[in-house]
Design a protein around this ligand. Structure first.
Ligand SMILES: [Fe+2]
Length: 168
């Protein structure tokens, strides 16, 4: 089993000085944890999903350094090499590293797979980005149809973003 708290500390250390990135991956981790538990993932898949959530954007700094851009394809390209030693230090074995690096390398490619762990990572990232990027309601509604697969992800999206707005 991967030591999630050690991995979170290592990821925060890697992104030191960039609170926006650290807060982002902690939020995505939180949604992945909740959605994975709600969808009944087995313990091993849940553990790998949580690790992938912490590291899904770990390629951003390297993408910015090498390509001058944090665009999705560069993140996907640079992420696995950065993630690999962090995962190894947190106790991941070779097959776990392979799966987690696949998740990292495809988290901007929403057609890449239908496994529940992958869909939850996409949904969790969207739930966070919808707020951080102040996405308009129409974009969120369209993502619900296009991107979301799990019942718990759709329910959270509806409750947070698509219900009647709370007004004092
Ligand atoms: Fe993200």
């Amino acid at each position: 089993m991967i030591n999630i708290s050690a991995l979170a500390a290592a990821a925060a250390h890697y992104d030191a000085g960039d609170p926006r990135r650290v807060q982002h991956f902690i939020k995505v981790y939180g949604y992945c944890r909740l959605l994975g538990l709600s969808e009944g993932l087995d313990t091993h898949t849940q553990n790998m999903l949580e690790a992938a959530a912490l590291l899904h954007d770990i390629g951003i700094h390297e993408a910015e350094r090498r390509h001058g851009s944090s665009a999705g394809p560069y993140q996907e390209q640079e992420g696995p090499a950065v993630a690999c030693p962090l995962l190894s230090a947190a106790g991941a074995d070779e097959s776990e590293i392979e799966r987690i690096c696949w998740l990292i390398a495809h988290h901007h490619s929403c057609q890449a797979g239908e496994n529940t762990d992958f869909r939850i990572l996409l949904e969790a990232d969207f739930l966070v980005n919808a707020d951080e990027d102040s996405l308009p309601r129409e974009s969120i509604a369209s993502a619900r149809e296009r991107l979301f697969r799990t019942d718990s992800g759709k329910k959270l999206l509806d409750d947070i973003f698509l219900s009647e707005p709370y007004i004092i």
